[in-house]
Write a protein that binds this ligand. Sequence first.
Ligand code: FAD
Ligand code: ZN
Length: 471
Amino acid sequence: MTDAIARLKEVVGTKGFSEDPVEIAPYLEEWRSKYKGNSPLLLKPATTSEVSAILAICNETRMPIVTQGGNTGLVGGQIPLHGEVLLSTKRLNRIRALDESGMTLTAEAGVTLAVVQRAAEDKRLMFPLSLASEGSCTIGGNIATNAGGTHVLRYGMTRALVLGIEAVLADGRVLNLLRVLHKDNSGYDLKQMFIGSEGTPGILTAATLRLFAKPDLAVTAFAAVPSPAAAISLLGAMQSRTGGMLSAFELMPRIALEFVSRHIPGVRDPLAAPSPWYVLMEATGGKDSRLAETFEAGLAEAFGKGLATDATIAANAAQAAHLWKLRESISEAQKHEGASIKHDISVPVAAIPQFLAEAVPAVQAIVPGARAVSFGHLGDGNLHFNFNSPRPGDDPAFLAQWDTVQQTVYDMVNRYHGSISAEHGVGAMKVGLLPRYKTTEELDAMRALKAAFDPLGILNPGKLVPKVLKL
Ligand code: FAD
Ligand code: ZN
């Protein structure tokens, strides 16, 4: 062990490692403080060949290693929970190429999402991935978690935005798949193995990303809707009216609006009368696209059909930002209301109303008075199906029901053929749950792939791939 550590330090040089507990401490805890780890050594390689040399040593000496990007992951995947060596990608921070006419950008894994977005914008292009953590999260982390966000409806998850990757395999060999091809049917699409794989088959060192034309015009509206079913009909109607130009369609209940109005400075209810549900919609297009007229006509039709009861359309960028703040502050506002039990689930879009009608009372039967705060990406069938304690003072009793509530919700999601992790991944948090919800065939295939890529099990051990057999 001491010998291996000495070799690792030599590979990266003095700037490339730390054994100082004070410097390492922030890497050992994630922002929700759910997971705390420990590590004897923090490695900060600056090149792919350094990552390659690191993994060759780790594989030879069977030394487990955990990769960390921006440390914004929500399922503990980036934390060394069993004393592993920790590899931070923060010094892999170069944009290697930007091809304006081919609309591609090649960035190293440690470049933050915000830096990629700005580099695209400087060329009047757009990288559409958008997350509240974009100032800190990295392209490597986004790919390793197949991140979602608010623009999935139009542009897909990260998986749809990646053309090529460069990854270092467990034994140190470099798999160079940095292609800029939109079409390539020459065999297994190996990059897919790394997208959403949470650092378990290899370490991503760079990626080639798709850029898009930047829309000049955005129409943003906040609409009161009578029910989730009406919201789904409104989504279909507005997509049809705008010719598929919607870029976001987010659902939120009245209680979420009350939480943000109460706790977030500068946020107020934009509509005159209360409504049980709301949607935040955004459509984008070219400046001559008459999108605003089409959008308004679509909303007027929706009022006629009872799909929406009131709405406000942002008159300028500041008003649009206020409407987005309403939506993006929900998680923060929830914290001010006491403990919460959260689920990041998806079910088929059309099943959402029935799921809500069944799942909310099922949780409230376990915790009478639990406050349902179900919001999120309606167009993707992905809800942040959250509950706050009945009153802030009830926290311990409420949290004592955590396991019962989660199992009830996940069993129901499973009956709807949904996913128990639609957006944030598996990491350490949900790895123990997969055997209950995945088939033996799925679990066997996952284990076989893991063993093929990382036969000695040194990469992010205990995350994503369950060790136990089907329950
Ligand atoms: P980390 O947290 O450092 O790592 C996450 C996982 O990826 C770990 O398993 C790690 O081992 C692995 N990993 C990281 N880099 C590499 C690499 N180079 N090679 C191999 N494996 C690697 N997520 C969403 O999907 N949608 C959202 O809307 C969203 N909103 C968020 C809002 C906030 C305020 C916060 C804090 C988080 C949010 N997240 C969201 C979760 C998180 O930001 C994403 O999962 C993000 O993609 C993680 O990137 P990261 O660089 O921080 O990765
Ligand atoms: Zn989300």
